[in-house]
Design a protein around this ligand. Structure first.
Ligand code: CMC
Length: 428
């Protein structure tokens, strides 16, 4: 017999079915609650609300576990590559050798963007934030592929997925070139996914550019670590927009906009800005920790805390080690890394942070690596978006193929004025 939970509302007993996930997580199915009782649930920020069943990513915030399709993030970080992880997330299984070769081949051969699309960059101010450019350009792809973006058509889905994976690095690199006034560099199909991105970012037509394998490997790792994180703000946005059967390009562009906020992906830029400020003000880490504890200051330690992780963020553990490795290999001595380590040490021995279970998150050390790889600070959140692309695609695909999906339409508790009569303007 399936498990249920009894709830008594205004003396009436209702039985709510219990849904159990494959890792033993439990949920109350309240889909019939309003019909049976007239009540809805209220859950600010969806802290206790599941929006879907998903087979993509499992995370356990108490134990610091993150798995893509059942594979622990630590193993993927050590043994896989970003494109292989992308395939895994999108299609559900690790690819065979042939499947992977086909996937890489098709992504590699769709990297160019339409020449007319390039001209759109001219309309942006030089100092436009690259996230604004990225989301606009991804949205604009829907103007170029109108004949092949019916969300429920499998062939259209497939082509759109390939286009998004292949063209996002090109669009992202061009947004950087625009900001520094350098010519756009066409994709080079002889390079790897990450190598090609680096080449489009840093090469110039006048000189030969060699992709540094240390940089290539570090970036690939960072993209793997950012590839998916189940129902976060941007993934939920992609699903919500897509649930109206809006096309995949605009759904993903909405996710990019959600990611931009400093409480989400924008935190990686905010972390470096904070570390710089601490450095410029003499490196007094304690002062900033005290300020973060003072509610009236409005200041938070960026890169600390997470809605789900209440122990440690497994991605932060991998990134911290990678930051040390990369800086050593590239022979970079960055005072911001020392400040970050000191900040982590002080915060992690402070009662306030311990009690509230605030630990460094994925964004705390990623900015230091990006900085070492010469990625400009405004591009940090774009790098996050590049990594998160397969996650958004996988979430969108799962949502559109799920028979249980309905258009996302939350309810509300109305707290405004009750019915009253209109008063004409001369009498107000
Ligand atoms: N510094 C100081 N205090 C904090 C911080 C922080 N970074 N984060 C949370 N708190 C306090 C907060 O003031 C609250 O205190 P109280 O219970 O006394 O009111 C308590 O901890 C719980 O915070 P919350 O805002 O209710 O928690 P949340 O789950 O809604 O927010 C968060 C999670 C990540 C938005 C938040 O911790 C934060 O703003 N962190 C800084 C921004 C950041 O690093 N974001 C990146 C998140 S990881 C990457 C990603 O997913 O995009």
């Amino acid at each position: 017999m399936s498990e249920t939970v009894k709830v008594i509302i205004e003396g009436k007993e209702v039985e709510l079915p219990v849904i159990t996930g494959s890792e033993g997580e439990k949920a109350l199915d309240i889909s019939k609650l309003r019909g049976q009782t007239g009540y809805i649930t209220l859950d600010h920020g969806f802290v206790n609300t599941g929006s879907c069943k998903s087979k993509i990513t499992y995370l356990n915030g108490e134990e610091g576990i993150l798995m893509y399709r059942g594979y622990p993030i630590e193993q993927l970080a050590e043994k896989s590559t970003f494109l292989e992880v992308a395939y895994l997330l999108i299609y559900g299984e690790l690819p065979t050798k042939t499947q992977f070769e086909e996937f890489v081949n098709i992504i590699t051969h769709h990297t160019m963007i339409h020449e007319d699309l390039k001209r759109l960059y001219d309309g942006f101010r030089k100092d436009s934030h690259p996230m604004a450019i990225l989301s606009s350009m991804i949205c604009t792809l829907s103007g170029y592929y109108a004949e092949s973006m019916e969300p429920t058509n499998p062939r259209h889905q497939e082509i759109s997925i390939h286009r998004l994976m292949a063209k996002t690095p090109t669009i992202a690199a061009y947004s950087f070139k625009k900001s520094i006034g350098q010519p756009f560099i066409y994709p080079n199909n002889s390079l790897s996914y990450v190598g090609n991105f680096l080449n489009m970012m840093f090469s110039v037509p006048t000189e030969k550019y060699e992709v540094d394998p240390v940089v290539e490997h570090a970036l690939d790792l960072l993209l793997i670590l950012h590839a998916d994180h189940e129902q976060n703000c941007s993934a939920s946005t992609v699903r919500l927009v897509g649930s109206s059967h809006a096309n995949i390009y605009v759904s993903v562009a909405s996710g990019i906009n959600a990611l931009w906020g400093p409480l989400h992906g924008g935190a990686n830029q905010a972390v470096i800005e904070m570390l710089k400020q601490i450095h410029e003000e003499g490196g007094n880490v304690e002062k900033f920790v005290e300020k973060a504890k003072d509610k009236t200051s409005g200041f938070r330690l960026m890169g600390f805390g997470h809605r789900v992780y209440k122990n440690f963020d497994p991605r932060a553990v991998i990134i911290k080690k990678a930051a040390d490795d990369v800086l050593n290999k590239l022979k970079i001595d960055d005072p911001l890394l020392d400040i970050a380590k000191k900040l982590e040490e002080i915060a992690l021995s402070d009662e306030y942070f311990l009690e509230k279970k605030l630990y460094p998150n994925v964004d705390f050390y990623s900015g230091i690596i990006y900085k070492a790889l010469r990625i400009p600070i405004e591009m940090f959140t774009v790098m996050f978006a590049l990594g998160r692309m397969p996650g958004w695609i996988a979430q969108w695909k799962e949502m559109i193929e799920d028979n249980e999906t309905k258009i996302g339409r939350p309810r509300q508790i109305f707290t405004g004025a009750v019915k009253r009569d209109f008063i004409s303007i001369d009498k107000r």
